[in-house]
Design a protein. Structure first.
Length: 130
């Protein structure tokens, strides 16, 4: 039986358009709010069509001690679909989310994104809390 980790895909986001890019400070102050941006297609644009798009992004914090905490998720639900047909719609959502959080201990930020054709992708970034 496969496990969830077996299906996660990863790569260098500068060369692979599906990898979620985490933008956050390397060091933050304990209990002080700061912003984290997670996006797909930071360097190489990902298609955003009815047929091929990013459906969601999730952000998790894994402290150095203990289990992981889901910080949030963003759903992208408009990809140009319309009664007229595929890619004829008036609205498109871009795969980028902004999270404002407070942390009390150091750990790792982990992001996943889902492409409706190419599956689930992951990335991670260490963050120190002072």
């Amino acid at each position: 039986m496969k496990k969830f980790g077996d299906i996660l895909r990863s790569g260098d986001w500068k060369n692979e358009k599906h990898v979620p890019v985490i933008t956050a400070p390397e060091t933050v102050t304990a209990g002080e709010a700061f912003e984290i941006t997670v996006e797909v297609g930071a360097d190489i644009a990902h298609p955003n069509t009815t047929e091929h798009h990013i459906r969601w992004i999730k952000l998790v914090f894994q402290p150095d001690d203990g289990f992981g905490y889901e910080l949030g998720d963003v759903q992208f639900t408009a990809h140009g679909e319309a009664v007229k047909g595929a890619n004829e719609g008036p609205a498109y959502t871009e795969p980028k989310g902004l999270f404002k959080v407070q942390l009390k201990q150091s750990g790792t930020l982990m992001a996943t994104s889902y492409c409706n054709i190419h599956g689930i992708w992951e990335n991670a970034k260490a963050i120190a809390v002072k």
